[in-house]
Design a binder for this molecule. Structure first.
Ligand code: PLP
Length: 371
């Protein structure tokens, strides 16, 4: 099997499984309990929190959530206190941001959607038109899960502060964390969402980094875990596995992945009519491309028969091919139907990639010849 849908999820590292096993088989105590072994578990949670918070540059608090979808939902529903101000959101958000914004819109909030450029980044000029002194929350994802386009968060933060100094600035960093610099203070964000399963960690654990001095109204009330900010017994194994995943995601991998992406891109661009959907600054982990007039679903199925698994853009949107993000980038329906996403992971090997490149090129040519 050659798995090339790592933006949807990744295979957990063996080190992560081993680390989690410890908290299921031996140290399964509730970290809120007061006997010694439970306190050791609480200490493991504390260490993981400090380690991941540090990976985000420190200077804030990290709250664990059940996933990044929860972290994003928390921001949208607690980051806006009343209907007086407006909320500015990019059209490129993952569904877990966009659908929350739609939900607020349906409840009568003033939600403004910022257009995308053709390369997938947020349109900075449109952003400047949409924000004003009444803006209370801005959410712009760091790296697009569809195309890998990277938004310039520091620029957005500066532009926002000069117009609405007290607005909260949130970014969904799920596809960026571990893969590019994510020092939250340098990026200028107030809130930053991350998820473990995109970097070789377990599914079902995410976190929200919150700048010092900001206190979000809880979304979940109860036993007061996470310093009262997010109740619910901690997913200890998930939390420890998240920290272990980050530790196992070696920095040299980015260079290896960039080379894999470049080779695949060269092969794709050697084929007639293929367009790569990318921005000047793009994640090396994601390669989105369109082959007009072919159906990417069929390409995906034919590759699947060879044991090669690629994505069709966001896994959450894969079932309904009306791709909001590619539409916002101005792509035609023919481009959208023919668009697919190859996303790389640390487990991808050069030899496998050569086989995948050959098969992808062969099948695309075959499909084009049948037109
Ligand atoms: N944000 C982005 C950019 C994503 O790619 C994803 C996952 O697909 C999510 C949020 C949701 O993450 P989770 O699966 O942890 O809820």
């Amino acid at each position: 099997m050659i798995y090339l849908d790592n933006a949807a999820t990744t295979r957990p590292f063996d080190s992560v499984i081993a680390c989690m096993d410890r908290f299921y088989t031996r140290e399964y105590f509730n970290p809120s309990a007061l006997y010694a072994p439970a306190m050791a578990v609480a200490s493991a949670v504390k260490d993981a929190r400090a380690f991941l918070c540090n990976a985000l540059g420190g200077g804030g608090k990290l709250y664990f959530t059940s996933c990044a979808t929860e972290a994003n939902t928390w921001v949208y529903h607690s980051g806006v206190k009343n209907k007086k101000g407006n909320i500015v959101v990019s059209m490129g958000e993952h569904a877990s941001g966009y659908e929350n914004a739609q939900n607020l819109l349906s409840k009568g909030y003033d939600v403004r959607f910022v257009r995308l450029l053709q390369d997938g980044r947020m349109d900075a000029n449109d952003f400047l038109h949409k924000i004003d002194a009444q803006t209370t929350l801005v959410s712009v994802l760091h790296c697009s899960n569809e195309t890998g386009a990277v938004n310039d968060l520091a620029w957005i933060a500066n532009a926002l502060r000069s117009v609405a100094p007290s607005a909260l600035f949130h970014s969904d960093g799920v596809q960026a964390f571990g893969k590019m610099p994510t020092d939250c203070r340098a990026l200028g964000v107030d809130l930053y969402s991350i998820s473990a399963h995109k970097i070789g960690g377990p599914k079902g654990i995410g976190a929200l980094w919150v700048r010092d001095g900001i206190r979000l109204q809880p979304l979940l009330w109860g036993g007061g875990q996470e310093n009262g900010a997010r109740s619910g017994t901690e997913n200890v194994a998930g939390i420890a596995g998240f920290a272990q995943a980050y530790a196992s995601f070696r920095p040299t991998d980015t260079e290896k992945i960039s080379a894999l992406r470049q080779n695949m891109k060269t092969v794709l661009l050697s084929l007639p009519h293929v367009v790569v959907n990318e921005a000047p600054e793009n994640s090396p982990f994601i390669l989105s491309f369109s082959v007009p007039k072919i159906k990417a679903e069929i390409l995906q199925r034919l590759l699947g028969e060879k044991g090669i698994y690629i994505g069709l853009g966001s896994a959450c949107a894969a079932r309904h091919r009306k791709n909001r993000v590619l539409s916002a980038m101005g792509r035609t329906m023919a481009d959208i139907e023919g668009s697919a996403r190859i996303s790389f992971g640390t487990q991808n090997l050069q030899d496998d990639m050569e086989f995948a490149q050959t098969e992808i090129a062969r099948i695309i040519r075959q499909m084009q010849d049948m037109q």
